[in-house]
Design a protein around this ligand. Structure first.
Ligand code: G3I
Length: 466
């Protein structure tokens, strides 16, 4: 097993810029440190993790909802719109309009998408509920193939199979029409998903799998261990993490996450919500975040909705924002815990990226010019951070910077700027969050995380002044 690198707290930023000259270092720390960590996504990105939310297409017209979602989260799950009943309402007739609304909103705002869910005993369309045997198996596999192919290249991770294990003490599979097609239905679904979208991470996702001593947790663990030993393509395990007073966050949560990660899969907290209020709720949220950050392969956390009023169990006020969009105590405890740090993802074989030259634009008529300089930040097994420092040569009233990454690299998170994207997704145009005015010699910085997908070439950067 690779020993994860441990980095802690705000000092991580300094480590990220270790190779820079002192003067540049001072600037690089001064600017991003003020903004990095001030939102959930920025704070999580510092250790190479994402922070996500479930989004409902029906709420995308609500400005309070979208502005919180855009500001705080960089991983998006469709709450209902990519489920089987939504995407294949009639057999062989696929409907992606609601799912597309969410995927498009996410991509336009520079966010990644978790796909939820390809195969599940619940929320099946009526026609599927009535099938059995080979006919159902083929219909399920066709569904997995069609939906994963349609969204190919746009999904960070798929919940390939959802909730297939029974509650209670059996530790076995849940009875369902899919289970009755044969015990190998889960691995068949994973193989179909891998064939359809080889680059998406493939997850098994379930609830009540948080307590290490519970039979259901052990049942899922045994299946994942078996899949890994037989080469069934599984990359991750999703822990839904729906908690309340009857089902509180277990004290052995970290053990559970670590034991699964030790099987050689990523673990993700996929649908977090905790009923309650005040400091008790805040403490439980903190415990969940702490457990994830203590596990190098816990790659991200998703909460199951934005405001309490958006929740599937709104009366339990289980989320991080109240119905008016105000940050709750739970929000502050999550943010503080993310900023307190923990493990980063292991970097088993880092390669030094090839630097690309700095470019300087000619001065615009009547004003100064700007220079964009790229500096490398932290690196992990599958991603690296970068910072672009913008320097004004003469007074400028604003700036625009482009960051071009080499396909198949993808920028998966940004901070300290307002990004937009070209249609390829490889060219990001970054604009200042505020006015962007700089006097001669002044600098500012923004940052981003690149999922390298095997390519370590540094991004090329430019700056245009206005
Ligand atoms: O959109 C229709 C609306 O037109 C209709 O008037 C209304 C009346 O029934 O229903 C609306 O659809 C509801 C839908 O949520 C959107 O609000 C469905 O009935 C309702 O069943 C559905 O509930 C979803 C539930 O999954 C279904 O199983 C919840 O929103 C969603 O949060 C929840 O999410 C699940 C995860 O997928 C898996 N893990 C558990 C989690 C919580 O149950």
């Amino acid at each position: 097993m690779t020993t994860p690198r441990h980095t802690y707290g705000r000092g991580r930023l300094a480590a990220a810029f270790g190779g820079l000259a002192a003067a540049t270092l001072a600037v690089a720390i001064a600017v991003p440190a003020a903004a990095a960590g001030s939102t959930l996504q920025a704070a999580a990105s510092e250790s190479g993790r994402y922070f996500g939310t479930a989004i409902a297409a029906s709420r995308l017209g609500d400005g309070t909802y979208t502005s919180i979602a855009n500001r705080e989260f960089n991983m998006i799950t469709a709450e209902n719109e990519m489920k089987m009943d939504a995407t294949e309402p009639s057999r062989g007739q696929f409907s992606y309009s609601s799912g597309d609304r969410i995927v498009n909103w996410a991509r336009q705002n520079g966010k990644q998408v978790r796909g939820h869910a390809l195969a599940w005993h619940s929320q099946q369309p009526g026609w599927m509920q009535n099938l059995s045997g080979t006919d159902l198996r083929n219909a399920m596999l066709n569904h997995v193939t069609q939906v994963a192919s349609y969204y190919k290249g746009k999904i960070y991770a798929w919940d390939v199979v959802n909730e297939a294990f029974a509650d209670g003490s059996s530790g076995g599979r849940r009875d369902s029409n899919l289970q009755r097609t044969g015990n190998d239905w889960i691995e068949a679904a994973f193989r179909a998903a891998r064939a359809a979208d080889p680059n998406a991470k493939l997850c098994y996702n379930d609830y009540n799998t948080d307590n290490w001593s519970h039979a259901k947790t052990q049942g899922v663990y045994t299946m994942v261990r078996d899949f890994k030993s037989r080469g069934v393509p599984i990359d991750c395990v999703g822990f839904q993490a729906h908690f309340n007073s009857g089902n509180p966050v277990p004290s052995n949560y970290h053990t559970t996450l670590q034991n699964f990660a030790d099987l050689g899969v990523d673990v993700q907290i996929t649908e977090l919500d905790i009923e309650g209020s005040g400091s008790s709720q805040a403490q439980q949220y903190q415990g969940v975040v702490q457990a994830c950050l203590a596990v190098a392969r816990c790659t991200g956390i998703t909460v199951w909705g934005v405001r309490d009023s958006d929740s599937w169990r709104a009366s339990g006020t289980p989320l991080l924002f109240d119905g008016s969009g105000n940050k709750k105590a739970a929000y502050t405890s999550v943010l503080n815990q993310l900023n307190a740090g923990g493990t980063t993802n292991p970097n088993p074989n880092p390669t030094t990226p090839v630097p690309t030259p700095t470019t300087t634009t000619p001065p615009p008529t009547g004003g100064g010019s700007c220079t964009a300089t790229y500096s490398e930040g932290q690196k992990w097994g599958d991603r690296f951070n970068g910072t672009v420092t913008i320097r004004a040569n003469g007074n400028i009233s604003g700036w625009t910077s482009t960051v071009t990454v080499r396909s198949p690299q993808k920028i998966i998170a940004t901070w300290s700027g307002s990004p937009s994207w070209d249609s390829s997704g490889n060219v990001m145009t970054m604009r200042p969050s505020g006015s962007g005015a700089l006097s001669s010699g002044q600098t500012t910085s923004f940052g981003f995380t690149v999922q390298h997908n095997g390519t370590w070439t540094w991004p090329s950067v430019t700056c245009a002044a206005s």
